[in-house]
Design a protein around this ligand. Structure first.
Ligand code: SF4
Length: 427
């Protein structure tokens, strides 16, 4: 039995996204009433304390997906409804684990990677996901970016020609009115060096009715435009979310999905395989599988990294390659996304690599004996390789890339606080 919200008996506005927002559920008593459940007084008090710190907001649509008779184990319930475990703050937890505020050179901007930026244009979401990594900001009315802040972000992007890719995020950018979003996208499109615009949005999952024909008609004026959504469980793919995804895909918007690995929700190879296969059927390419961040209040959602590797092991080779997301840990402190995966190289000599496949079959790849490598000292003018690309910028290697190159004498990277090397220098 699903929640006691029956869309057919509800007002005719069920599919009106404004109606859904106006009727968003923000208190425990309404959830009790709609699910036909009752919490013991002590638990209720703990839940009230939790939502005083991390507010609750659930769309009627998303609540209607909960199976009330087993709500405690329901993956939709667990993502939408608070848990008193959110109040447990571990020593390793951080308010801003990805150091997004530290890497913010202008209002609304996080500039971490050389050629792209995160542009936080909204801090409002249709639903407050309990596992949100930006819990510190989402729903905080004091930090809603105003037009002046957005302008500052746009000016920063315009002033940095290296930025070719802008990811609009928040909050949820699709919670902005069509005209306002159209203005932001038009301003970005007017910047010659911005090649690609991406939108991160969970509305196709928690408020699919927001994907209106008018919205899609506006978005497709701004191609190339990509959209990444956030589906964590196959139960979130419904007739309504399918329709939203269909509209977006039909408008030529390439769709991707970011899943967060969540204990008790989707930490199961079978659930993940079903999810990935369902996504590609809806023309959504699985993009990332995220290890749950070290944000405050998420301890109960975190799994060991081994669980993610086990899931990837059960996907690679077992289903289509394009249905396998990249499993990443977003490095605490702002190191960016680091891919982790099972090890497929068993051994390596000067001319052979020994590999294993998903079935455990071990085979050898013979490397060429006569590979004539092109010496690269980054003197591209003298290079015999046919580059001939107008816009292929030369760049100096960074990090490990630098160690692998021939044009740079660096042969080791030493962390700044390496005591052994400090001692050497002091001697
Ligand atoms: S939609 Fe995204 S930003 Fe908003 S609460 Fe959910 S995870 Fe956080």
């Amino acid at each position: 039995m699903a929640a006691k919200i029956d869309p057919t008996s509800q007002v005719s506005q069920w599919k009106d996204w404004h109606w859904q927002i106006r009727h968003a559920i923000k208190d425990i008593a309404t959830v009790e009433r709609l699910l036909g459940i009752r919490f013991p007084p002590e638990k209720r008090a703990e839940l009230e304390t939790t939502i005083a710190t991390f507010p609750m907001c659930i769309t009627p649509y998303y609540l209607s997906l909960i199976e009330a008779e087993d709500y405690e184990n329901d993956p939709v319930f667990m993502q939408a409804f608070p848990s008193e475990a959110e109040l447990i703050i571990e020593e390793c937890d951080m308010a801003d684990p990805l150091a997004e505020d530290t890497d913010s050179p202008a209002a609304c901007i996080t500039h971490r990677y050389p050629d792209r930026v995160l542009f936080l244009v909204s801090n409002v979401c249709a639903m407050y996901c309990r596992h949100c990594t930006r819990k510190r900001k989402v729903g905080d009315i004091d930090s809603i970016p105003d037009k002046a802040a957005i302008r500052e972000g746009l000016d920063y992007i315009a002033g940095h020609p290296a930025i070719r890719d802008v990811l609009l995020s928040g909050g949820d950018p699709l919670m902005l009115p069509d005209e306002y979003l159209d203005w932001i996208l038009s301003e970005l499109r007017a910047i010659p060096h911005v090649e690609v615009i991406r939108i991160g949005s969970r509305v196709p999952v928690v408020l699919p009715y927001r994907i209106t024909d008018e919205l899609v008609g506006m978005l497709k004026k701004h191609h190339p435009l990509y959209l990444n959504t956030h589906v964590n469980h196959p139960r979130e793919i419904t007739a309504s979310s399918r329709e939203a995804l269909r509209k977006l895909a039909d408008a030529g918007i390439p769709l991707g999905n970011q899943t967060v690995l969540l204990a008790g929700v989707n930490d199961c190879p079978r659930i993940m395989k079903s999810l990935m296969q369902k996504l590609v059927r809806e023309r959504v390419r699985p993009y990332y599988l995220y290890q749950c961040d070290l944000s405050e209040g998420l301890t109960h959602f975190r799994t060991p990294v081994g669980k993610g590797i086990e899931i990837i092991e059960s996907l690679i080779g077992h289903t289509s390659g394009f249905a396998v997301p990249t499993y990443v840990i977003d490095a605490p402190g702002g190191g960016g996304k680091i891919p982790v995966m099972p090890n497929y190289i068993i051994s390596w000599s000067t001319n052979k690599v020994v590999l294993r496949n998903y079935e455990g079959v071990i085979s050898t790849y013979r490397e060429p004996d006569n590979y004539q490598q092109i010496f690269c000292d980054r003197n591209c003018e003298a290079c015999t390789l046919q580059l001939k690309l107008d816009d292929a910028n030369e760049s100096k290697g960074v990090g490990i890339e630098k160690l692998l190159s021939d044009y740079d004498d660096t042969y080791m990277l030493i962390p700044q606080d390496n005591e052994r090397v400090d001692r050497r220098n002091d001697e």
